[in-house]
Design a protein around this ligand. Structure first.
Ligand SMILES: Cc1cc2nc3c(=O)[nH]c(=O)nc-3n(C[C@H](O)[C@H](O)[C@H](O)COP(=O)(O)OP(=O)(O)OC[C@H]3O[C@@H](n4cnc5c(N)ncnc54)[C@H](O)[C@@H]3O)c2cc1C
Length: 548
């Protein structure tokens, strides 16, 4: 196995060693692709994963960031989805408490709006029951005064009382990256910015794929005993490469808005309703920001072109203002927005919100499988099932186990508190403030020490932008240990400067490009290309904000 870390050097080594026949070639590096890579690699299966963008750059870094059973799926009778999601919430919280954190949700009851208290409490009882009462705490009834003391900025007119229940919030991208880097530790090779163009076929059997290296150019062939399609909303495109076939997906678009928290005034996660159609939406706390989401509308275009439209944003702003009337949020208050597609499986006679979030595994041709549908929360059951199928298809050619450990200790909450104190102590020793320490712990878990170590270098201690806790040491860490290849990989996903800084990182892009150029050895031409591509991203975001 290679000695290179999880970085561009290892990518080059992998590209040069493609004569190996892999047990499984995975197409798509979102939560499902990286989850299968980890499951397979831990069972001793040799893995090559090909992703046309950055790790998690598709849907999996643009979700509502909830690890949840999905209270609203109860109404549609999707009990299995809720049960499985609740079980996974419990597992993920127990294993990655720094990344999957419980938060209370407040449901306000307004006269004549929504399902009303009786139906809501029935749902909440069922929600607790389906989790086997493993949730952080059971739901509770709240008096009108209690709701107002918890959420003083909420609309008082018509307020009758409320309820509170728990789900978890995560950093979706970091959950994908965690799976990717654990898979890499277990021996999987992951090539980002490599787009699969066609399958390799021999006698009707899929025996690999042809792909293009989007960074340096060049077409390659990768041979695999099994090929797995985990391309989320792009799944039908990849399926049709094998032979023309019926579309299985009904992608629906969801957008989110990022707004300064002081503007909205929410303290907790709050369930709000659209005054237009009574759909349930979430107002979620994210450090100094509020994330509002999401919409759910049919989408028929190319998944690469999905973007926030002004009417989507107006719909969300209207819903926030209806529950937080004094906020008077306007488009000019929105710092950023993001859009993505739910890779839902077609079901006749249902509206967008009624379609099940369950997953399905299909055999497309001998040697090729697709994983369709699913949720971020339930990536483990779906990807483990697919890894089982891959193993059976290999028919004993691959070693079954021994399972490697996660490489992370299973942390209990008590341990997390100790770790947090330790993080603060170490960070203070390195001259970092407490806010940065908490951020590092929450993003990196036990690996935060590596970033703190880098920050002993004076020049890497400083914040990337004022007002957000990201520091320069994270740029170096992204490149050396987290497979960041492009400027946007660092500014959009490994840090969220793009979403959280009012100027979307434009003021620091040059400086970050300098650091990356030196580490990776970019030419002047490449550095210029990275900057101009990043500026175009920022301009498209600003166009949405300006409503053009
Ligand atoms: C608005 C919204 C909110 C959501 N909120 C939640 C939530 O709060 N909780 C939850 O549990 N779930 C949520 N979901 C669902 C969840 O985000 C998705 O189900 C999940 O992220 C899908 O993961 P995936 O790996 O299947 O797809 P993706 O993350 O989209 O990954 C597929 C990857 O395949 C790559 N790819 C495509 N074509 C090719 C090719 N030819 N060659 C190489 N690579 C290719 C893409 O670049 C992409 O990165 C939400 C979804 C949306 C849209």
């Amino acid at each position: 196995m290679t000695e290179a870390g999880f970085n561009w050097r290892r990518r080059e080594e992998t590209l040069q060693a493609l004569d190996e026949v892999y047990d499984v070639v995975i197409v798509g590096g979102g939560i499902n692709g990286c989850g299968v890579a980890l499951e397979a690699a831990r069972r001793g299966i040799s893995v090559l994963l090909l992703e046309k963008g950055d790790i998690g750059s598709g849907t999996s870094s643009r979700s509502s960031r909830l690890i949840h059973g999905g209270l609203r799926y109860l109404k549609q009778g999707h009990l299995k989805v809720v049960w499985e999601g609740s079980r996974e919430r419990h597992w993920l919280r127990a294993h990655y408490p720094y990344l999957v954190r419980p938060i209370p949700f407040i449901i306000p009851f307004y006269e004549g709006e929504g399902e009303g208290p009786v139906m809501t409490f029935l749902g909440l009882w069922l929600y607790d029951l389906l989790s086997g009462f493993t949730n952080v705490r059971r739901h509770q009834r709240l008096s009108r005064d209690k709701v107002l003391s918890l959420e003083p900025m909420i609309r008082e007119r018509g307020l009758q009382g409320g309820a509170t229940y728990y789900d978890c919030l995560t950093d979706d991208f970091r959950l994908v990256l965690l799976n990717a880097s654990l898979a890499a530790d277990a021996g999987a090779q992951l090539l980002t910015y490599c787009r699969v163009e066609a399958p390799l076929l021999e006698g009707g059997r899929v025996v690999g794929v042809r792909f293009v290296d989007l960074m340096e150019g060049g077409t390659y062939r990768a041979r695999g005993r099994v090929v797995v399609n985990t391309t989320g909303p792009w799944s039908d495109q990849v399926r049709s490469m094998v032979s023309p076939r019926e579309r299985m997906l009904r992608p629906t678009k969801g957008i989110h808005l990022v707004i300064p928290r002081e503007k909205v005034g929410n303290r907790n996660a709050v369930v709000v309703r659209s005054p237009r159609d009574e759909r349930v939406l979430f107002v979620l706390p994210w450090d100094g920001y509020t994330i509002v989401g999401t919409t759910d509308t049919d989408y028929a275009g190319d998944p690469d072109d999905v973007r926030t439209e002004r009417e989507d944003a107006d719909y969300l702003i209207e819903a926030v203002n209806s529950t937080f009337p004094e906020a008077e949020v306007r488009m000019s208050d929105v710092v950023s927005a993001y859009a993505a597609l739910r890779p839902l499986i077609r079901e006749g006679g249902r509206t967008e919100s009624e379609i099940s979030r369950d997953y399905r595994i299909l055999e497309e041709a001998p040697g090729m499988f697709s994983l369709l549908g699913g949720k971020l929360t339930t990536y483990r059951p779906s990807t483990r099932k697919l890894a089982d199928i891959v193993l059976r298809t290999l028919d004993g050619r691959a070693r079954s186990g021994p399972r490697r450990s996660h490489g992370f200790r299973e942390l209990c909450e008590e341990h997390l508190v100790r770790l947090r104190n330790e993080a603060v102590r170490q960070a203070r020793e390195s001259g970092l403030d407490d806010e940065v320490a908490y951020h590092l712990l929450r993003s990196y878990g036990p690996s935060y020490t590596g970033v703190v170590e880098l920050a002993r270098d004076r020049s890497l201690k400083s914040r990337i932008v004022p007002g957000a806790p990201y520091i320069m040491a994270e740029v170096v860490n992204s490149v050396e240990n987290e497979m960041a290849l492009r400027l946007e990989d660092v500014l959009v996903r490994r840090t969220k400067v793009f979403y959280e800084d009012p100027s979307h990182g434009m003021d620091v892009a040059d400086a970050i490009a300098d650091v990356m150029a030196e580490l990776i050895g970019w030419s002047e031409e490449r550095r210029g290309r990275e900057l101009s591509d990043y500026r175009s991203m920022v301009r498209s975001m600003e166009a949405v904000m300006e409503g053009s």
